[in-house]
Design a protein around this ligand. Sequence first.
Ligand code: MRU
Length: 374
Amino acid sequence: MMVGGQALRPLRVVAVGQADGRADGQAGGEAIEIIDQRLLPHRLEMRTLNSAKEVFVAIRDMWVRGAPLIGAVAAYGLALQAQRDASDVALANTAQFLSGARPTAVNLAWALARMQQVLLATPLADRARVAWAEADAIAEDDVRVNEAIGRHALPLLQAVAARRAGPVNVLTHCNAGWLATVDWGTATSPIYQAHAAGMAVHVWVDETRPRNQGASLTAWELGQAGVPHTVIADNAGGHLMQHGHVDLCIVGCDRVAANGDACNKIGTYLKALAAHDNAVPFYVAMPTSTLDMALADGVHGIPIEERSGRELTHVTGRNAVGDLVEVQLTPDGSAAGNWAFDVTPARLITGLITEHGIVQASSAALQTLMRDKS
Ligand code: MRU
């Protein structure tokens, strides 16, 4: 996406000169550069990651976040490892290590499994080169998939625009934008495509407590792209839907089970309940890399990450002189519970927007989708 007249992605490969102990013994080596998302929207800073260990920290501590992006970054983490030691044991240990960085988004395990499958079938001497190429392929596939998701969802917005005057009002939760992917975003892809096509579109941006990915990341992205948007308190969505101010909801997901239950950022379920009560269509943008067909029941089977209570008790923002400062919100000694995700049951989902088209959130539809895909 364009930022300040320049094309920007949340990660890219950079050359670092002579890499220590490169497996193929050749000069040169590569690292990855990521946008440190902890600092947005106040500072746009890049960080260089040189090892699988650094990649693990960046994912765990959410310098990078969003299901597709952590999958792609983890793939590069394995490439960084392959650059040093590409033996079967080293790759297996590193994949296991990286997959533990965050538990909920299945894209992490998906990307690491894809990398391992390719690398274990590759002669040792070629593995470093092939690892970088496969990580690049995962990243580029993500771009294509997200573009396709937007293309398939665009008619949903066009249908609203055709039946009444005024902007199409989309509500989204958390950040399922280009910062959470390699480009386009999932939930935001149809919004960007509609905006580029000249459609009047307006986005209600849930702030998304406690880490405020909506208020800080989605709002920043939309602002950079010139898309009209309004940040709202997480609790405002029901009111807006009740009064006809939301045409449709589009959210992302971190793992969808075989029965169509969709896990996404905490608070998504409440939006789906409010949408259902007010007959507002509720769509989940789902790249098939986020589908976990091995898990029968999402509500009871998807592991929900619990993060530090400090994310709830404290908040970081910019003060009057431009410094980033952290302040405490809660009384000393109050306990804080911080579940990072929830699961929206399939019955509350109008449709899953995939790179292959929009499908019903049901076992039958997902089985057909995966059969046709393969
Ligand atoms: O905790 P985060 O910021 O990684 O959570 C991100 C989300 O919940 C996104 O909606 C999801 O990963 C989809 S991103 C296209």
